[in-house]
Design a protein around this ligand. Sequence first.
Ligand code: AMP
Length: 507
Amino acid sequence: MELYAKIRKWSQSKPDAIAVISNGAQLTYSELEQYSNSLSAFISEKMNENKAPIIVYGHMEPLMLVCFLAAVKSGRAYIPIDASIPEERVKKIINDSGATVFLSPGSVPTSLLSDGRFIVMDHHDINEAIALYKGAEPSSEQFVKDDENFYIIYTSGSTGNPKGVQITYNNLTSFIDWMVSDFGLRENQRFLNQAPFSFDLSVMDLYPCLYLGGTLWTISKDLIVNPKQLFESLRKSNIHVWTSTPSFVEMCLMDPQFSAEMLPYMETFLFCGEMLPNETARKLKTRFPNAVIYNTYGPTEATVAVTSVEINDEILNEYPSLPVGIPKKDVEIFIIDEKGNELNEGEKGEIVIAGKSVSKGYFNNEELTQKSFFFYRNQPAYKTGDVGYIKNGWLFCAGRLDFQIKLNGYRMEIEEIEVQLRKLSLVESAVIVPIYKDNKCQYLMAVVVPKAHSFEKEYQLTAHLKKELQQLLPAYMIPKKFVYVSSLPMTNNGKADRKQIANEVGV
Ligand code: AMP
């Protein structure tokens, strides 16, 4: 119960210290502790025996943290959903999870307001509940603990539906222990939070920060699309610890102002979620000569990250493609072939993660769980679908076995986009082609066989399809380019011939 105890300790020893700042709004440790206690008392009373997970919907509002902690203090897992997720997808998550409480520190999706099945609370309702239960002290007996779910994060699923990865209190504790012991993090530091809370990269800064009594400085999505404001915010942030995808730091590096002069207190850069290019790490070292850079690797299914390596000059010079590191101490990594046999150092195969970080599986989905989760050498294990190999003791990633990709740090199954695209009324069939440059996906191209339509120009059809897709998929999954063809070539076994299609559209 250390995480809860730590936050409580900070709320008593330094009640006015700021736990989170987001777009000028902030919460102190004492507020975070008291508000989450009150809201948890409200939830417990309202929900009684109903232990269904609680949806927390919003963006980077400080109240999001109150809702997360309130849920787990009431003994229920929370499901973070970013406000950029379209309503159709939110409904799928609600149906899949059986959630009946919807806490919304931002705005509430309109179609949910009229749905009588839920308790839907916007920020007024949340604040009212907090005021009503002021001074409540939930018993630690009821807190989420041990093998109970702490959070459930929904990721893209190849069937067309998102799948919920269950992370337990024990999974999270093992992750936090590693973060606070192996990365030189200290108490009272300022942590950058760039990833939305629905992406588990955010867990890498959120919980180590709260555990260490630090301050979380969030970068909301409206800042990310406005470089001038983003840099103004960063300049004011005084952060010590940076967590982001490599894509985000690459965007920042495009501006020469992004340097130690702008962020004089920077000590630690933590990267995860996609390949960290050697060139990016080099540039970063030049701009921030005194900061330490870590590359880390892991899927949501193994609690954020399970391997790490400090990227120093020796590593940069020795490995044009950077390693992702060595496993944390309570995790083992195996490389296996398609028959499940372990491979030797240097041989490429599928990366299997075994140990304390591995999730119980997908929520309410035994079939998908059985496909990827199993027991290996008496430990819970997960088949990542990542191709990798070990060299000189370091783990290296070398692509995927399936159609999962990363675009701007976001994980997605291109089959999920295809399922949604094929549902549209003017689409006969469609395939998504990821366009790569320097081993990195730059954008998605949709190759579409259209049905008869009345648009005069292709760009009008494209605008129409993109608009329809926006109802079904988050913006980051919508293909940038659309190409129209009269038919899609097939392989001998009747599947769309992706290679041939890519050739035909000239990529
Ligand atoms: P997510 O569940 O969103 O964290 O995505 C997990 C996937 O991102 C992994 O299975 C890998 O394919 C990829 N990934 C994560 N970290 C790295 C890394 N450091 N280098 C290369 N790929 C990575």
